[in-house]
Write a protein that binds this ligand. Structure first.
Ligand SMILES: [Zn+2]
Length: 424
């Protein structure tokens, strides 16, 4: 596979820092971001790289030359005038015979590229967009995917009150088929995210690849500092999915939101007052935040999967307004009295196992927080440390004892994070 790196940006928001060097040459842990990207590509066997340049292109070319010194083969294409993120691709069309990767030159990333490439090849879409939840969905362009991860809508900002969307944004890391080039006009300025994808997603298959791995742009001085800090602490590397991560699994009704019997209208969904702060604290740690919920109302015919999706969109939107995000939401729609017994209804551990596989979770270092015996038993069955909260059903009248009790979700999260892994 070939990779194309877009390195033509001006870096206007970085002002002084990019006066004499282009943004992709800014250093992270002592090496230019571009070099970090090239090292990552090489590690995953992508050794043919095209760099699209414009602003201060000579600095980049002088540093990397033909790539030989870095163990890869690099060619350059200098845009005479900036053509947006897509426009320049028409100029290098003859070099793009097979599927290729696209990375923006101001993005620090450490993701398992072989997993992304395998996903892209399996689905065989025109493009695969790497997506992740953000802590500021309210002012981001959002992407909607279906259960097969095909993209079914784009929701550009601004978003209005009472509009509830999933918290998923385009990270601008892509795998693409060269067939997409037929949608790009030669010499016309165009952007993949703004002009190309929204125009074609209805007739062409575009897929979203979700990941919780490290992907951040360094567009502002504050972010450049933060990315440097993350690199030096090892976080950038630790978040690569090849490394196991610990998770905090959280029950939904009565733990995240106010308990309502058979909640099936999104109007009835209200976060408990400590929830956003609690989830935000998880996000600031390196734990994953994953909701695990039984929703037998689907099997009972009281709520469709679509309506349940709206409720979850509201949950994500309300959290997002307070800069908190869930890495995953898993639900069991079944009930043994309405169809067959499944392996995902808590206290069964099917959903935990699914998340374990999706995120490469270290169950031994992970936790389950919930308000009912089903949560606690599910946590125990999966080998997790369990914390019972006093909100919702409050773990009342149960004889299965959690490892710890806490008054609410925030107290439970504080217990975990303050004590780190030494909780037991
Ligand atoms: Zn189930």
């Amino acid at each position: 596979m070939i990779a194309v790196i877009l390195a033509g940006g001006f870096g206007t928001r970085l002002k002084e820092k990019t006066k004499n060097i282009p943004k992709p040459m800014l250093k992270i842990g002592g090496l230019p971001i571009l070099e970090r990207q090239i090292n990552l590509l090489k590690k995953y066997g992508v050794k043919e790289i095209i760099i699209l340049t414009h602003y201060l292109s000579e600095v980049i070319e002088k540093y990397f030359k033909d790539g030989g010194g870095f163990g890869v083969k690099i060619s350059y294409f200098k845009e005479k005038e900036p053509l947006g993120t897509a426009g320049g691709f028409k100029e290098i069309e003859n070099k793009l015979r097979d599927d290729f990767l696209i990375i923006y030159g101001d993005t620090m990333l450490n993701i398992d590229l072989s997993r992304l490439i395998a996903f892209h090849k399996k689905n065989n879409g025109l493009a695969t967009l790497v997506l992740h939840p953000t802590d500021h969905p309210y002012d981001s362009d959002l992407v909607e995917i279906d259960k097969n991860q095909r993209i079914i809508a784009f929701h550009p900002k601004p978003h209005f009150k009472n509009q509830y969307f999933r918290n998923l944004v385009n990270t601008a890391v892509y795998a693409m088929s060269p067939k997409i080039l037929r949608y790009i006009e030669k010499g016309v300025k165009a952007d993949f995210g703004k002009n190309i994808f929204p125009k074609i997603f209805k007739k062409e298959a575009l897929y979203g690849y979700r990941t919780a791995e490290y992907i951040r742009d360094v567009g502002t001085p504050a972010r450049l500092l933060e990315v440097n800090r993350d690199y030096k602490s090892g976080k950038t590397e630790r978040l690569n999915i090849k490394n196991k991560r610990a998770a905090i699994f959280i029950d939904r009704d009565g733990t995240i939101n106010r308990h309502v019997d058979q909640l099936c209208k999104f109007e009835d969904f209200h976060l408990l007052k400590e929830t956003a702060e609690a989830v935000g604290r998880i996000n600031d740690s390196e734990f994953l935040a994953i909701a695990i919920t039984n929703q037998p109302i689907v099997a009972m015919g009281l709520c469709s999967i679509e309506k349940l999706g709206q409720i979850h969109n509201k949950m994500e939107t309300l959290l997002g307004k307070k800069e908190a995000k869930l890495d995953g939401i898993y639900f069991c729609p079944h009930h043994p009295d309405y169809g067959e017994k499944c392996n995902c209804r808590k206290p069964e551990i099917g959903l935990v196992k699914m998340a374990e596989k999706d995120f490469n979770i270290d169950l031994e270092k992970s936790y389950f927080i919930g308000d009912s015996w089903r949560d606690i038993l599910c946590g125990k069955n999966a080998g997790l440390t369990t914390i019972g909260v006093r909100t919702g059903r409050g773990c009342r009248g149960i004889n299965i004892k959690p490892d710890y009790f806490a008054k609410d979700l925030l107290a439970a999260v504080n217990l975990i994070i303050n004590k780190k892994h030494g909780i037991k």
